[in-house]
Design a protein around this ligand. Structure first.
Ligand code: CTP
Ligand code: CA
Length: 223
């Protein structure tokens, strides 16, 4: 559904959104990553800008073209994304972590191409910092921090756990075991969890409509 009346409810707000996946180099020619297409984060950025916000879009590599009228920052690793997001936090009214962050990175990146000698190869991985958790614990008064949760099972429990442990204001949870929505597709279906047992399901729709509805929830809650 398209409205002719342009909403301007995000006018004057600074909204910082992460999108895509981070990548973690193994050696000069190889890296670790995941299936995120970046579509959800890019739609959030486009919708926020259309509704009047000043938008920072911080993204790992994707095949997408950044929307016009956003401040686009492209990054590669989780460390890059963390540094950029923490720098932007003090200037932001709302921060949304829509990126699929690599949970681990390679402990020692080889500066030469790793040769295929031997039947097996072991890589040691170390855990990356949790960007959302750091943002949640560093946020100031009035700042809103929103995360996503990608789950294959126990969605409600895990999402509520992330809301609490990361000190987020909202967690947008999606079921990544479903083939028809989520990763790589143009559609999504989510449940938004918030403080004081706030829970709202957004039925299957295009990622653009989902983005619109996420900002409707923010506006409705006066944030
Ligand atoms: N996230 C983050 N930094 C990380 C990992 C995740 O900021 N190192 C953010 C994601 O951008 C998302 C939220 O945390 O907004 C939840 O990500 P998810 O992968 O679902 O949860 P994890 O906390 O990483 O736990 P797990 O993957 O084990 O379910
Ligand atoms: Ca994860």
């Amino acid at each position: 559904k398209k409205c002719n009346i342009q909403k301007n409810d995000l006018e004057g707000k600074v909204i910082t959104i992460s999108a895509g996946s981070t990548i973690e180099p193994i050696d000069p020619v190889r890296y670790l990553t995941n299936h995120s297409s970046g579509k959800m984060g890019f739609e959030l950025a486009k919708v926020a800008a259309n509704r009047g916000a000043i938008v920072n879009l911080v993204s790992g590599p994707t095949k997408l073209t950044p929307p016009q009228n956003v401040n686009f920052v492209d990054i590669k690793t989780t460390t890059d994304m963390k540094d950029t997001m923490l720098n932007l936090l003090p200037k932001s009214d709302v921060v949304i972590m829509a990126a699929a962050v690599s949970d681990y990175r390679v402990k020692e990146i080889s500066n030469k191409k790793i040769k295929k000698d031997g039947e097996s190869l072991q890589l040691t991985l170390v855990q990356n910092p949790d960007i959302l958790k750091e943002l949640g614990h560093k946020k100031g008064k009035g700042q809103i921090i929103i995360g996503f949760a990608a789950e294959t099972n126990n969605l409600e429990n895990y999402a509520k756990g992330k809301l609490k442990s990361k000190n987020a204001d909202f967690i947008v949870a999606n079921d990544v075991s479903r083939k028809d929505i989520g990763f790589g597709t143009d559609e999504n279906e989510v449940i938004i969890f918030g403080q004081n047992d706030f829970k709202q399901k957004i039925s299957k729709a295009s990622k653009e409509i989902i983005a619109e509805k996420i900002f409707d929830v923010l506006s409705m809650k006066g944030e």
